[in-house]
Design a protein around this ligand. Sequence first.
Ligand SMILES: Cc1cc2nc3c(=O)[nH]c(=O)nc-3n(C[C@H](O)[C@H](O)[C@H](O)COP(=O)(O)O)c2cc1C
Length: 164
Amino acid sequence: MKTLILFYSFTGKTGIIAKALGESLKADVVEIKDREGRKGFSGMLSLMKDTKSEVPAGVEPETVDVSGYDRIFLGSPNWGSACSAPMSSFIANNDFSGKSLVLFITQSIVGAKKAAKDITDRVEKKGGTVKSFFHVNTLLRSRKRVRRVALEKAEGYKSKEKIK
Ligand SMILES: Cc1cc2nc3c(=O)[nH]c(=O)nc-3n(C[C@H](O)[C@H](O)[C@H](O)COP(=O)(O)O)c2cc1C
């Protein structure tokens, strides 16, 4: 079974989950980056503004050929109980027809369910089916702890047929 992990991460937490899933599930991992490379507080404000106003963020890569994969994990931070702007743009650029996806979301503490609904709507518009999602709260958790939680989650997806 070929597994692909797609993720966007602003401060690295979603990236920790993506890498742990990748190692554990022996999957290909592709990071989606903001093409403008916005960083720090002003970068965050600019990206948040894009998220609220649905301005498409330029992303790198713009598209990924997902046709050869049996399952796809797609990860984003929760931004205001919604998908992050770069991941929204990436989803809009791509075709997930016939693909089953698992969403993973990191957040401080609140809104993951709403964010998952937002991401699900976007993925479904592009032909994909979201089978399940999980979230990891990152507030006051060390990177080591976040990685440990991710490895525990990955165990649940180890069985070849299991996507949920
Ligand atoms: C613009 C912005 C909006 C956010 N909105 C929320 C939110 O609504 N709920 C929440 O619990 N955390 C929120 N957070 C916190 C992030 O979701 C959390 O820190 C996440 O783990 C960061 O992932 P990353 O390191 O991969 O960027 C927000 C962070 C940013 C930068």
